[in-house]
Design a protein around this ligand. Structure first.
Ligand SMILES: [Zn+2]
Length: 151
């Protein structure tokens, strides 16, 4: 396995695991400054939210970092796949570009990475696909209702 392919594999797996954590509600954000936190459990079992944004009130006002936050902050481009009847088939999110190009794609229920001549695909969890498509239906509804859709 080439170095590039190994790096691509690590990245695709990390995007898939990240989305599964978000889908499980295990990612939080500071309600003051919106800094994203992830729960990290150390070897001795102590849990901490990282990184620390430094807001004085943050411990009491942590809120969930949802898939809507993810789409707003961590995604470069969104492409919907819509059926002839207007129903959502799937959504593809571009999460990295330039060097490696990486897409979270519910159409194929996986994270797909392309880098140089290499490509790698890592499966998305069922719950990650579910929350992504739920959010995509919500996002695409106003576009379809606006009459921009060719019938
Ligand atoms: Zn903060």
């Amino acid at each position: 396995m080439s170095d590039t392919l190994r790096k691509l594999e690590t990245m695709c797996r990390s995007y898939a695991e990240d989305l599964d954590e978000i889908a499980r509600g295990e990612v939080k954000k500071c309600a003051d400054c919106d800094t994203r936190y992830t729960k990290r459990v150390s070897k001795n079992g102590a849990a901490a939210w990282k990184p620390d944004c430094g807001c004085a009130k943050r411990k009491g006002i942590k809120t969930e970092y949802t898939v809507a936050d993810y789409v707003e902050n961590d995604v470069y481009d969104v492409n919907y796949t819509i059926a002839r009847d207007g129903g959502l088939i799937g959504v593809s999110l571009m999460v990295a570009g330039g060097g490696p190009n990486i897409y979270v794609d519910t159409n194929v229920k996986s994270v797909k990475g392309f880098w140089g001549g290499e490509e790698f695909e890592y499966p998305l969890s069922g719950r990650a696909v579910y929350v992504l498509e739920e959010e995509a239906e919500y996002m695409v509804a106003p576009l379809l209702a606006g009459g921009g859709w060719i019938r």
